[in-house]
Design a protein around this ligand. Structure first.
Ligand SMILES: Cc1ncc(COP(=O)(O)O)c(C=O)c1O
Length: 348
């Protein structure tokens, strides 16, 4: 179909938004899609190919959203489609384990030296929430530290803003989150070493974990300084807390080994205790993961006391896109080759 650039007589985006608003709160299934910050009518995506999507009026747009990260290769690459179709033909929900989950776990572990075992889940929110439960279960402690400006999904304990000072814990940022649920969440300033040291001095023995976006994509890609990250690692180790790296945005993107591989180059022996992954590993499919050393991961049920479960976790049709994406970025050389192939594909 030849894309039209003319203003349509009937605005199908507006029509769909009207229909959606009658049935879906705000007309959207995630608040950022509502265009409230920018004004106008959300564009309803009709289809997408390569670097473009077409809205309900048939108008072509350059897709700068990229599904908020996962569509790093663009839309509808034939090899990805082929893999997804092949997997779908084999069935896609069993409530039983599959070989593909094992292959994806192997692929993730191969690239992240800090991860010996991995659990596949459905969203970054679920992965971060489960990682915190694991950290609390593994340490037997309740308090967690997060940093202002970092986003780790919408689990209750993480919808928090800073209290009035270090002596206080956070306040809920969403209605429906009781203050008691966030009473164990401390919110500190990113890259503030003095504040971090003070928090550990006061609460070190109660701290289960520090969770951080190593490169805070949700705060315009501010990077944790080497000094700050080194102190995070040292203080966690000294006080028996776990360092949780939220690599939902950075994993397999800033480097094949994630942001942790960049810090490992700068800080000898550096590694987080738990890594949270999402977005690109599913290639647009609802897939995420968290992982770490065997001794920590074996605290999870059925081996240990930390419970998490899910009917649709790691359904097999999710694997090919994610796996292929990992596989494709296996080496810098192959990434470059893939970049050239993609450029040829877009030109074609
Ligand atoms: C760093 C980070 N962690 C967690 C999440 C939550 O992931 P999801 O939207 O898959 O629940 C996001 C989502 O944007 C994120 O950017």
């Amino acid at each position: 179909m030849k894309p039209s650039t003319d203003s349509p007589v009937t605005d199908r985006n507006a029509e769909l938004f009207e229909r959606a608003r009658a049935l879906i709160p705000g007309g959207v299934n995630s608040p950022v899609r509502a265009f409230r910050a920018v004004g106008g009518t959300p564009r309803f995506v009709q289809r997408a190919q390569g670097a473009y999507f077409w809205d309900a009026n048939g108008k072509r747009h350059i897709d700068y959203i990229g599904s908020r990260g996962p569509m790093i290769l663009g839309h509808g690459h034939p090899r990805v489609l082929e893999a997804v179709q092949a997997a779908a033909l084999e069935g896609f929900s069993f409530g039983a384990p599959t070989e593909r989950e094992v292959e994806l776990a192997e692929e993730i572990v191969r690239h992240l030296p800090s991860v010996e075992m991995v659990r596949l889940v459905s969203s970054g929110t679920e992965a971060a929430m489960s990682a915190i439960r694991l950290a609390r279960g593994a340490t037997g402690r309740s308090v967690i530290i997060k940093f202002e400006g970092c986003y780790h999904g919408h689990a209750d304990a993480l919808l928090v803003k800073a209290g009035s000072g270090l002596a206080t814990f956070g306040h809920p940022t969403s209605a429906g989150v009781p203050p008691e649920v966030v009473q164990h969440t401390m919110v500190l300033e990113y890259n503030n070493v003095a504040e971090l040291e003070e928090a550990f001095a006061r609460h070190g023995a109660e701290l289960a974990c520090v969770i951080i976006e190593p490169i805070a994509g949700n705060m315009n890609f501010v990077r944790a300084t080497r000094e700050f990250m080194q102190r995070c690692r040292e203080l966690c180790t000294r006080h028996g807390a776990l360092l949780v790296f939220d690599e939902v945005m950075t994993g397999f993107r800033v480097a094949l080994g994630g942001a942790q591989s960049l810090y490992a180059k700068e800080i000898p022996g550096f590694a987080p205790d738990i890594t949270v992954l999402g977005k690109v590993i599913g290639g647009g499919m609802p897939l995420a993961a968290f992982g770490g050393p065997r001794a920590i991961m074996e605290k999870l049920a059925p081996l240990g006391p930390v419970y998490r479960q899910g009917r649709c976790r790691a359904i097999p049709w999710r694997r090919p896109a994610g796996w292929r994406r990992c596989a494709r970025s296996r080496s810098r050389a192959s990434t470059r080759r893939w970049g050239r192939a993609r450029a040829r594909w877009w030109r074609a």
